[in-house]
Design a binder for this molecule. Structure first.
Ligand code: SF4
Length: 347
């Protein structure tokens, strides 16, 4: 586990840490303004602090736990994936996506992933360790700086990169609170989306939080045999249990659940598959995103053909389930999670 860094601390925890070092509370506020509003990237840039305090903090509380080491972007520059090195030498990926109306970062929550979906490069090496809150906040701050560099503001944070966020519940929620805190990054709760492979107990736990974040569930199939083949976590939390948790989530939070379905040619994209999903979701406050699958070099699977996507969408829409077909951003840069990390650094 990495040492605690500045970005692991909530505003209150930072104040307490500084008090323990004999510094007044307003120093914590000066640091928070510099880090989260002015988006400085080192103590040296916090000119409101005396040089002595900057040196003391640099020695006692490292500024950031993540350093960028490689990145690739699409030809139009609208999607960029960055590989970060952590203090212990492990690596993670973060993807930034610019849209006309929003600026989104997709963050990792673990090094590797224990879920081991066969189509995912992150799952191939297995789970290595959970990320700390600071390692997650650091990815978001890098994205906020990238947005500021082009005159934009970061608007959305999706926990959909490497790892299963609900399996690293404490750190993910701690990072979210820092990103949401008006004294820190101050992003509205609805700017956040937590994406799970189907951790039913985690969904119930999240439902009890007083946080209005969005929940996305990777569904991919409406029958247990196929879904277990695509998402091995389904063997532990089969569809009945997962959807019971989703119904409870909606009852408790009054918020809809978003289901993500990656469509793979000849695998899960025929009318029978669509009908099975429709039967499962009928009556649930939800929205479905259909995403033609992001091919990866290690697998011969192909993305669904346009006609199959269209027919799938029609089956769900006819069943009264709000459905949107999404583009899979960044196919040309292998933006599917874990794919940059899995290859040797190129720059
Ligand atoms: S798709 Fe998500 S849950 Fe599945 S192995 Fe990859 S990171 Fe883990």
């Amino acid at each position: 586990m990495a040492d605690a860094t500045l970005l692991d601390l909530s505003p209150d925890a930072l104040e307490a840490r500084l008090a323990a070092l004999g510094h007044p509370a307003y120093r914590a506020r000066q640091i928070a303004v510099a880090v989260f509003r002015q988006l400085v990237s080192s103590y040296d840039e916090i000119t409101t602090l005396p040089a002595e305090l900057r040196h003391e903090l640099a020695a006692r509380l490292p500024f950031t736990p993540c350093e960028p080491m490689d990145s690739v972007q699409t030809a139009d520059g609208a999607t960029r994936k960055t590989l970060y090195r952590l203090q212990d030498g492990e690596t993670i990926e973060t993807v930034v996506m610019e849209y006309p109306d929003r600026f989104t970062v997709c963050v990792s929550s673990q090094v590797g992933c224990a879920v081991a979906c066969p189509f995912c490069a992150s799952g191939r090496g297995g789970w290595v360790r959970d990320l700390t809150p600071g390692e997650i906040v650091s990815q978001v701050l890098h994205a906020a700086r990238a947005a500021a560099a082009v005159g934009r503001r970061l608007t959305n944070v999706v926990y959909m990169g490497m790892g299963e966020p609900l399996a690293n519940y404490e750190s993910v929620l701690a990072s979210l609170r820092i990103e949401n805190d008006p004294r820190a990054l101050g992003l509205g709760a609805r700017s956040f989306t937590l994406s799970t492979a189907g951790d039913a107990p985690g969904i119930l736990r999240l439902a009890a939080e007083p946080l209005q974040v969005n929940l996305a569930v990777s569904l991919h199939a409406g029958d247990d045999a196929l879904r277990s083949a695509l998402i091995p976590l389904n063997r532990r939390y089969p569809l009945d249990e997962l959807l019971r948790a989703c119904h409870s989530y909606v009852e408790i939070t009054h918020r809809r659940v978003t289901f993500e379905i990656a469509l793979i040619d000849g695998m899960n994209d025929d009318r029978r598959c669509a009908a099975a999903v429709a039967a499962r979701l009928r009556g649930l406050l939800c929205h479905v995103n259909l995403i033609p699958w992001n091919p990866i070099p290690q697998l011969e699977w192909r993305r669904s053909r346009a006609a199959a996507v269209e027919a799938y969408e029609k089956t769900l829409s006819d069943a009264g389930i709000p459905t949107t077909v999404r583009d899979s951003r960044g196919v040309e840069i292998e933006a599917g999670c874990g794919q940059l990390r899995a290859r040797p650094a190129t720059r």
